[in-house]
Every structure is written in structure tokens, then in C-alpha cells.
Design a protein around this ligand. Structure first.
Ligand code: NAD
Length: 496
């Protein structure tokens, strides 16, 4: 199978005539070819999106018609759920049940934003009291315009849909550039969007590498907003490119999220959520709770339990029943994580389990669940995002110390706290400097609740109402009562 780009309502070959392989990380073999889009394709796609936006074929469509189309996309995703989830697992390596969660969420996301768009239409303009009866002032919300959406490989379809669904619901037009490592589920989305009859140019897909297909989108003068999810270094480049044209950007970037565990909690629950917090999706999760802080009283017992439970995790191809940890997404990412593990050997931390390729697994980019304890606070493995199944654990003595350790660092995407004392949980939640705080759990994510980071973890919010408003401009419309006279120039002095 060789994929095509989707530009102006047509599936087309890339201008380069080239493609690159999609590799199954469980077998290390190519199983499809992906169209290598470049600046020419990006330019064509942006022009198509610009034209489609400016002539109002989508933004001026009655909202009920637009939202009916969004619901058809949701239905189309659900109708193909098994195939898309299997493809996602093959492309990315994630366990199939986790891929199914992603695809179900993607479908729901279209329904959810259809509902929000309907509700916003029913509300209409918002009146503003400007304190002067002669003026009628109101706020109208309008689509931002042409959106370039650039997304990562860890939740390939879902991260794209977090942008595409609210953008389309708001009336924007979109050019999507998924990660070159996992593009195939987004090609399936393009097929569904095409099949339900979204007008040409409203949604465009340009697959390809970051520098060749992504960068031209961030620099394009006809793009109104760049919505980016990915790493901090690329986010910085995206923001720099957008600065040249004063384009709006939203950035969902990396993290090194803390999980504070107090000794009064149920140890089984702590073990469950710590493991889920770092090992689901192979630890390739921006919000993974990769730094765990445990109250000293519980520390030795918890370490023992974590080690023994982590060693029971079934590792294998994502499509195999019972597997809870699939292969790392790609050779490059595998080598990157292995590099962290190699360097960690000399940092003074104690490795409890894992640390490399699981015994007997020669093929596939597998890395065993890895736990480090007593990690020096300046160790690379404690400070930097690994983006793999690697967790660092340290003890603490007081609540203040835990919060200070948790807040130390450049990231602020997520954090978690576990204790039977709910007042304490709430207090800690308030003091953690992060956009998402989980109490007595880690990772559950809801389309209805805002998502995004403090500090270097990003700018702006996705999901929830905030994720819809991120694709709408605020327009002030202020009307002066035409029966009144202003009189500054034409009236008597001080008539105003
Ligand atoms: P990445 O930054 O390497 O790539 C992200 C996207 O940017 C890809 O589509 C890539 O092709 C593109 N890109 C690369 N260079 C570009 C350039 N110069 N201009 C424009 N686009 C360019 O990130 P990744 O490795 O795909 O994803 C992993 C990172 O994403 C991690 O740091 C993770 O924490 C982060 N992430 C964050 C969230 C969140 O919601 N905050 C969610 C998922 C992943």
C-alpha cells in the first residue's frame, strides 16, 4: 500500500514523487509506503484551505449542516474502528486495547465538538455592558481561519483529532501534517472525511517529514494559526516561524510529570496508578508521571511491590492478546531511550528492574519496564523527558519538600497526588504548577476537560470548551444608537 496526499478534495501524488516506509516496530519491517509531501504540496494545501475558508463554503454553512457532517465523521470512524485500531497498533506498536480507546475517543471528539458548536450557535452573540446606554456592544465569535495542525506519533489519530474536530466545528479550514513515523490512521481519517462529503479544501492532509512538509506550513503567509503538538525543541522552531508572520500558535509540548504518593494511601492502588502512569502506551505519553515521589514511610515497601509487578508486565506485539507493553515506536526512538538508560548507569541511581531489551526478544524495538530509585536530583534521567517506559522514584519526608521537588524543573504539563486525606490532595493540587492534576489516579483523560501545560510544556489549551474557543476569534461589534448625537466635532462643545 502506498498512500497519497489529500488536497482540495482529491487524493493526489506528492510533488516529490517519493514515499517513505511505514515500519511495524514489532517486526522492524516496512508494511506500507507513505507519500513524502514537501513545500510544494504544503503550499497547494494551504492555498486550497485559504480559498475554501475565504469563500465561506464551510464557515458560512448553517451550523446545523456543519455539525451534521461532523457527526457523520464520528460515525465513519466508529464504523471503521477495528481496522483503524489495528492499523494504529501496527504503525505505532501500542497494545490493541489502548489503540481501541484512542479511536473511540477520536470518534467521540467529533460528536462532542459538534454539540459545542450547536450550543454556541444557540447562544449567539454575547452582550457586553459598556456602561453607556447609547451603545450596544456585543461579542461575536468567528472561526480563526486556516489552521495548520502538526502532530506527533504517540497517539497518531487522537492528537490530530484533538485539533481537527474543534477546528472544523468552529468553521476553520485545516491542513493536517501528522508525524512521519505514524501517518496511516490520519490517511484513514482523510478517507472518511472525503466519503462524508466535507467540501473540497476544508480538510487537507500533507504527510511527510517535519523539515520538508511541516516547516513550510509554519512559515506560510496564508496560515492563520499553527496548532502544534510535539517536542519542546520543535515547538520552539514552530513558534519562531510563526513569530515572523505574527501567526497565532498553540503548543502542546513535553513533560516530566511528578506523582506524589503519601504513606496513608492503599498500596495496591498506588502500585496500579504508578504503573499505569508510566507504562501505558509504552511511556510514550507527554503527561506520563515519570518522576514518582514517595513518602519515606512507604518507600521501601512500595519499591518492592513496584519491582515485582513491573516484572510481570507482558511485553510483546501490540496485537497479541494480554500484551500490556508493546515495542517503542521506531529504531531512532528506541536508540534514544537506550541512550538514556546507558548514561543512567553512571549517575548513581539504583536500577530496580529493566534497563534494556527484555531477555529473549531479539526482534522488535522492545525495552523492558524500567525503574530507578534513589535518583540524584541532577541526573539526566530525573530531569529530562525520556518518552519511554522508564520511571524514576525518590523518597520525601514532608509535604513541602514533595511539592518543591515536584515543581522543580522546566515542565508543567501534569502532576498527580495520592492520599486518603482528600484535603491534603486538594492542597497539593493547588500548589503544583501544572495544567493537569490527577488525584488518586494518573492519566485518565477526558475530551470534555481542558488539556495543556504550564511553563515549557506549552501555550494554550486543547479539549473542552477551551479547545473549541482556541479556534475562534473574538470580534467586538459596538453599535451607537443612531437616534443619539455624538457631537464632538459637529455639535456644541462638550456635547458628548
Ligand atoms: P517532534 O517535535 O519530533 O515532532 C512533532 C511533529 O512536528 C511531527 O509531525 C514532525 O514531523 C513535526 N516537525 C518536526 N520538525 C518540524 C519543523 N521544523 N517544523 C514544523 N514541524 C516539524 O515530536 P514527536 O517526537 O513526534 O512527539 C513526541 C513529543 O511530543 C514529546 O516531547 C511529547 O511530550 C510531545 N507530546 C505532547 C503532547 C501534549 O499534549 N502536550 C501530546 C503528545 C506528545
Amino acid at each position: 500500500m502506498t498512500t497519497q496526499l489529500y488536497i482540495d478534495g482529491i487524493f493526489v501524488e506528492p510533488a516529490s514523487g517519493r514515499s517513505f516506509p511505514a515500519v511495524d516496530p514489532a517486526t522492524e519491517s516496512a508494511f506500507a509506503s507513505v507519500a513524502a509531501g514537501n513545500a510544494t504540496d504544503a503550499d497547494r494545501a494551504v492555498n486550497a484551505a485559504r480559498h475554501a475558508f475565504d469563500d465561506g463554503r464551510w464557515s458560512q454553512l448553517p451550523v446545523a449542516e456543519r455539525t451534521a457532517v461532523l457527526r457523520q465523521i464520528a460515525a465513519g470512524i466508529r464504523a471503521n474502528l477495528d481496522e483503524i485500531a489495528a492499523l494504529e497498533t501496527r504503525d505505532n506498536g501500542k497494545p490493541l486495547p489502548e489503540a481501541i480507546w484512542d479511536i473511540e475517543d477520536a470518534a467521540f471528539c467529533f460528536d462532542y465538538y459538534a454539540d459545542l458548536a450547536d450550543a454556541a450557535e444557540a447562544r449567539g452573540d454575547t452582550a457586553v455592558d459598556v456602561g453607556d446606554d447609547r451603545f450596544d456592544s456585543r461579542i461575536r465569535r468567528e472561526p480563526v481561519g486556516v489552521v495548520a495542525a502538526i502532530t506527533p506519533w504517540n497517539f497518531p489519530l487522537l492528537m490530530a483529532v484533538w485539533k481537527v474536530a474543534p477546528a472544523l466545528a468552529a468553521g476553520c479550514t485545516v491542513v493536517l501534517k501528522p508525524s512521519e513515523l505514524c501517518s496511516l490512521s490520519c490517511v484513514e481519517l482523510a478517507k472518511i472525511i472525503d466519503a462524508v462529503g466535507v467540501p473540497a479544501g476544508v480538510f487537507n492532509l500533507v504527510t511527510g517529514s517535519g523539515p520538508e512538509a511541516g516547516a513550510p506550513l509554519t512559515e506560510h503567509a496564508l496560515v492563520d494559526k499553527v496548532a502544534f503538538t510535539g517536542s519542546v525543541p520543535t515547538g520552539r522552531k514552530v513558534m519562531q516561524a510563526a513569530a515572523a508572520g505574527i501567526r497565532t500558535v498553540s503548543l502542546e509540548l513535553g513533560g516530566k510529570s511528578p506523582f506524589i504518593v503519601f504513606a496513608d494511601c492503599d498500596i495496591d492502588k498506588a502500585v496500579e496508578w504508578i504503573l499505569f502512569g508510566i507504562f501505558w502506551n509504552k511511556g510514550e505519553v507527554c503527561s506520563a508521571t515519570s518522576r514518582v515521589l514517595v513518602e519515606r514511610r512507604l518507600y521501601p515497601r512500595l519499591l518492592e511491590r513496584l519491582k515485582s509487578e513491573a516484572e510481570k508486565i507482558v511485553i510483546g506485539p501490540g496485537d497479541q492478546a494480554g500484551v500490556k507493553l508493546g515495542p517503542i515506536v521506531s529504531k531512532n526512538q528506541y536508540e534514544k531511550v537506550m541512550g538514556f538508560l546507558d548514561r543512567a548507569q553512571h549517575c548513581g541511581a539504583q536500577r530496580l528492574t529493566g534497563g534494556g531489551r527484555p531477555d529473549g526478544m531479539e526482534t522488535g524495538y522492545y525495552i523492558a519496564p524500567t525503574i530507578y530509585a534513589d535518583v540524584p536530583l541532577d541526573a539526566e534521567i530525573w530531569c529530562e523527558e525520556v518518552f519511554g517506559p522508564v520511571v524514576c522514584i525518590n523518597p520525601f519526608d514532608t509535604e513541602d519538600e514533595a511539592i518543591s521537588l515536584a515543581n522543580n524543573g522546566p515542565f508543567g504539563l501534569a502532576g498527580a497526588v495520592m492520599s486518603d486525606d482528600l484535603e491534603r490532595c486538594d492542597r497539593v493540587a493547588s500548589r503544583l504548577r501544572a495544567g493537569i492534576i490527577w488525584v488518586n489516579c494518573s492519566q485518565p483523560t477526558f475530551i470534555q476537560a481542558p488539556w495543556g501545560g504550564y511553563k515549557s510544556s506549552g501555550i494554550g489549551r486543547e479539549l473542552g470548551e477551551a479547545g473549541f474557543e482556541a479556534y475562534r476569534e473574538l470580534k467586538q461589534i459596538t453599535r451607537f444608537d443612531h437616534h443619539e448625537t455624538w457631537g464632538w466635532y459637529l455639535g456644541t462643545e462638550n456635547a458628548q
